[in-house]
Design a protein around this ligand. Structure first.
Ligand SMILES: Nc1nc2c(ncn2[C@@H]2O[C@H](COP(=O)(O)OP(=O)(O)O)[C@@H](O)[C@H]2O)c(=O)[nH]1
Ligand SMILES: [Mg+2]
Length: 249
């Protein structure tokens, strides 16, 4: 069992989207390597104005520097393309601010044995992460819709803490939404329409280790409308079908 997990971790690329995260990114990269032996770590520095890239590199990560800001979705798509080109089977998104506990990655990757996409859900009874106001309401509504769509109960569809298996990596390298806050939601629609299977596992969420969140109250208020439209657009798009990979060995 342990051997199986470390082999799976060696085939896993941790992708960390980062925008002006110089305060936290170095420690997060170090924690990822300390917690997950054999894993590779790619920080996608999305046009930061600070020392993010240098600190990530100093901590041992491979750094992909985007010359202009593409947003989290654009950065993740670059990460998926990199993973595909370098022959990684799995991608796990871990935020650069320290909110995602690398210890949760093991369970997310274990879930890939049976599913194409495994979400780390923050409200499934572990930890104390809370969100208030319209963002919370939006998250609940979206979770209801997406649970029906994916055929499995999802309670936290906006979580970026998630693992993608080979079929999801191939799909997301081609199609990954880049709209603000729409990436997490719309990618689930794209996955379910491409007949990928989705599951969730409970994870604890921590406070940021430093720096400032990218959200502000106005943007969060616009979130539900945006996400709703993203959902609609994703639903009218023709599905992308990904062939099942031939089993190795
Ligand atoms: N690539 C990229 N990453 C971003 C951008 N904005 C935020 N991030 C990263 O995305 C992750 C989540 O952002 P954060 O502001 O903490 O959002 P929250 O945790 O949902 O409040 C962090 O690792 C940020 O560094 C961006 O414009 N581009
Ligand atoms: Mg955060």
């Amino acid at each position: 069992m342990m051997g199986g997990m470390s082999a799976a971790l060696e085939r896993t690329l941790i992708v960390m989207p980062a925008f002006n995260e110089e305060e936290a990114v170095g420690a997060v990269v170090r924690e990822v390597y300390a917690t997950l032996p054999g894993v590779h770590c790619l920080v996608v520095d999305d046009g930061s104005h600070d020392d993010t890239a240098r600190r990530a590199e100093a901590a041992g990560a491979t750094v992909l520097r985007l010359p202009i800001n593409l947003g989290v979705g654009g950065a993740m798509r670059a990460g998926f393309k990199y993973a595909l080109a370098q022959g990684f089977d799995n991608v796990v998104q871990v935020d650069s601010d320290g909110q995602h506990d690398p210890a949760g990655v093991t369970e997310l990757v274990a879930g890939l044995e049976h599913h194409d996409l495994v979400l780390g859900a923050r409200f499934a009874g572990v930890g104390e992460y809370t969100v208030r106001g319209p963002r919370r309401w939006a998250m609940r509504t979206l979770s209801g819709i997406l649970s029906r769509l994916t055929g499995t109960k999802l309670t936290d569809t906006t979580s970026g803490f998630r693992a993608s298996g080979p079929r999801a990596v191939a799909l997301f390298a081609q199609h990954y939404p880049s709209e603000y806050l729409g990436d997490t939601v719309e990618s689930l629609v794209i996955a379910s329409r491409s007949k990928l299977t989705v599951a969730q596992v409970p994870v604890a969420m921590r406070p940021r280790a430093g720096g400032v969140p990218s959200h502000n109250p106005y943007k969060a208020a616009v979130y539900l409308g945006r996400a709703g439209m993203a959902l609609f657009v994703a639903l009218i798009r023709p599905p992308v079908l990904v062939p099942k990979p031939v089993a190795a060995g």
